[in-house]
Design a protein around this ligand. Sequence first.
Ligand code: NDP
Length: 455
Amino acid sequence: MSKTNYADHLLAMVKAKNPAEPEFLQAVQEVVESLTLVLDRYPEYRTHKILERIVEPERVIMFRVPWMDDQGEIHVNRGFRIQMNSAIGPYKGGLRFHPSVNLGILKFLAFEQVFKNSLTTLPMGGGKGGSDFDPKNKSDNEVMRFCQSFMNELYRHIGADTDVPAGDIGVGGREIGFLFGQYKKLRNEFTGVLTGKGLNWGGSLIRPEATGYGAVYFAAEMLATRKQTFQGKVCLVSGSGNVAQYTVEKINELGGKVVTLSDSNGYIYDEAGIDKKKLDFIMELKNVKRGRIKDYADAHKGAVYYPIDPKLDYNPLWNHKADCAFPSATQNEVNGKDAANLLKNGVYCIAEGANMPSTLEAVKQFIDAKILYGLGKAANAGGVATSGLEMSQNSMRIGWSREEVDNKLHGIMKNIHKACYETAERFGTPGNYVNGANIAGFLKVADAMLDQGLV
Ligand code: NDP
């Protein structure tokens, strides 16, 4: 079978086996297209059916999560944990609480996580989990009861050397606290079973900042290949949660200017830039008051709020003049039309804080235009890398300083960039970070799978 036929055959098989999982198929397609470059040089991966094995989760756990609201009414949500691949370390990956969560979305995230974790150079396998529970408009007590019920099942499947979950959309410090408390009660042990913990009970400095900072470090490395810096660059950022907030903080620190932020209701455009004081407002609004991004425009003269217009087939946030873009909300938030708008408006450096925020059509346009395009599994790996550093600190029962962790994070992002850049060159596609990340991430996992036999 030729390499193209083999890839087509594999994708057809994945589609037939997972018919209602478009996001998973999309993630697999992107990776398999890059890997066709590898299969010719290393036929052993085909003989040992590494691709066929890597697209099949080692284990999928799906469970009922019943909980009671403040009025005494009972609700039932669905919980998941996808244990995708443990060839290079314990499963590691976040938990997402969002009404859109389903098996296919978590499988795409778990699949991406395998390659991302491999790129960090730390010994972490790939996993992901979550629930279709919506933490929005729930009281702290309701969130606590939900987290406890979720952990009542999850605890038997995870452990510091087995599977170490972290946060993702809808799961921040508050949720990790409730989950950890229940795990500790059920197991009667205090271990590093979750990352993103509070500072005074095993958390790491810089973990909250890590994904956003890391995405900006990665973008700075990409800009450096063209002898440029962030100084004076205008940046578009989407989302306004954990990743978006620290992306803005680091861009400001490096001399750039951020003019947009969003949530699921709409976005704000602030031509003057979201400076430190305005970012403090956002952090209070989103992390404490749990309010909406619209309130930013109400409080800041010169900022304009645009509610989501369901009639539009593109996102106007991506249609402003800028140099750089940081999609940091959710999957598929940049479609083909958005990609065309970004290019038309002069954007030539994109670093994805979110996981798979660009559709395949958008990715193709970025690659064809030869812009600096840093895909999520490379650009946002700083979060899980720092989770890895949290695990190391927990094992050694020590805590590193803010500076130490930030330096390690910065070093890891530089190395990831280097690995992607050099691998893309080695396989004949210079500047193509998609191929670089997918191939570099794959090779390490694939070789470990070969070493460990057919398991
Ligand atoms: P948060 O929950 O802190 O923030 C998510 C942000 O995205 C919110 O502003 C939210 O708006 C918006 N958003 C979420 N879903 C949608 C949607 N369907 N449509 C429009 N806007 C949406 O999550 P994070 O910042 O942690 O995560 C953001 C992205 O980064 C995700 O793709 C996540 O997988 C990825 N990521 C996160 C890492 C981490 O360390 N946290 C690590 C690596 C990747 P609203 O409040 O209205 O829902």
